[in-house]
Design a binder for this molecule. Structure first.
Ligand SMILES: [Zn+2]
Length: 313
């Protein structure tokens, strides 16, 4: 997006445009509702289905929200929401009963960071292309298409009390806050992934620098079992970090703790099923898609009607 100085705003024909607002320092996203300036498309393989698909992100009016739309009119649309989620094994799947869309979390993370609140995501298949396994390529494509900012403010979701999900020894807690922070601990039985914690304030700038390029990951020992279940069919060293019993198959890690950062990426994408930034300190211990989506649903259940509609009380 072009940023105009005060001088150029007052002396050019762009004077009627709203000046570009700064990105908030205290949270991910933008101050106002935004869409893509023009349609942007991504073509690639689905990591689980291995099918080739094309995703087109089209502009939409402020207040539309984020909507999945099939190129087959009979399959209809799916509103992007925690309430549309039907499966969380390995990836997040949304469905309207007649159409399923797998692996929505990475494009949602890219849209959260770009601040896109309104768009039609048109898909010609059943899975969002995995591309390089991270969200950076999706984010850069969206930013290259341009972000069209409206004059309608985005009201972040504010919590009046902590909201949490606990399952066995895993938990995910959202504590009310004036900014957005994540404290994320993974604890896999692997020397590189045992008891590692990421902690920090996250906004769009920090996400771009620290999180967006972290690729998805899997354990080599699980590949056969996953493929028996029809999962991970399109996974490769091109789009995933693969863990051996003691190290990595890849020799090109993008961050020393890339897998931990990818868990944060997934969390941000899953929480953006809510369609608005969240003001909270998220504390995650061994969380994943199932807990992320359950937390999103609990947050919806705890919001008043006014808050759900994005209005201030
Ligand atoms: Zn992921």
């Amino acid at each position: 997006m072009q940023t105009l100085s005060n001088e150029s705003v007052s002396t050019t024909s762009s004077a009627l445009m709203a000046p570009a607002l700064e990105l908030p320092a205290n949270r991910i996203g933008r101050q106002n509702r935004c869409t893509v300036a023009e349609t942007v498309s991504f073509t690639g393989t689905g990591i689980h289905t291995a099918g080739a698909t094309t995703l087109r992100i089209h502009p939409a009016a402020p207040g539309t929200g984020l909507i999945l739309q099939s190129t087959s009119p009979s399959l209809g649309i799916i509103p992007i929401s925690p309430l549309s989620v039907t499966e969380t094994a390995q990836a997040v799947t949304l469905s309207n009963g007649s159409w399923k869309v797998h692996t929505v979390e990475h494009v949602l993370c890219a849209m959260a960071v770009a601040g896109i609140t309104d768009a039609i995501l048109e898909l010609d298949g059943t899975e969002i292309p995995i591309l390089d396994g991270a969200a950076g390529e999706l984010y850069r494509g969206i930013m290259a298409a341009g972000v069209q900012e409206s004059d309608v403010a985005v009201e972040p979701i504010r919590l009046s009390a902590p909201v949490w999900v606990v399952k066995d020894d895993k938990y995910l807690v959202a504590i009310p806050a004036d900014d957005f922070r994540v404290t994320y601990t993974i604890d896999f039985p692997h020397p590189e992934l045992k008891g590692k914690t990421y902690h920090g304030l996250l906004n769009s700038e920090i996400m771009e620098q620290e999180i967006l390029e972290a690729r998805t990951f899997g354990f080599l020992k699980d590949v056969e079992e996953l493929r028996k279940r029809g999962l991970g069919m399109g996974a490769s060293l091109e789009n995933a970090v693969v863990l051996t019993d003691t190290g990595y198959l890849n020799d090109d890690l993008r961050y020393p703790d890339e897998c931990l950062r990818h868990k944060v990426l997934d969390l941000i994408g899953d929480l953006y099923l809510l369609g608005r930034p969240l003001m909270a300190h998220i504390i995650a211990f061994r969380a994943g898609h199932a807990l992320d989506v359950a937390l999103g649903r609990n947050i919806i259940a705890n919001l008043s009607g006014d808050e759900l509609a994005g209005r201030r009380n």
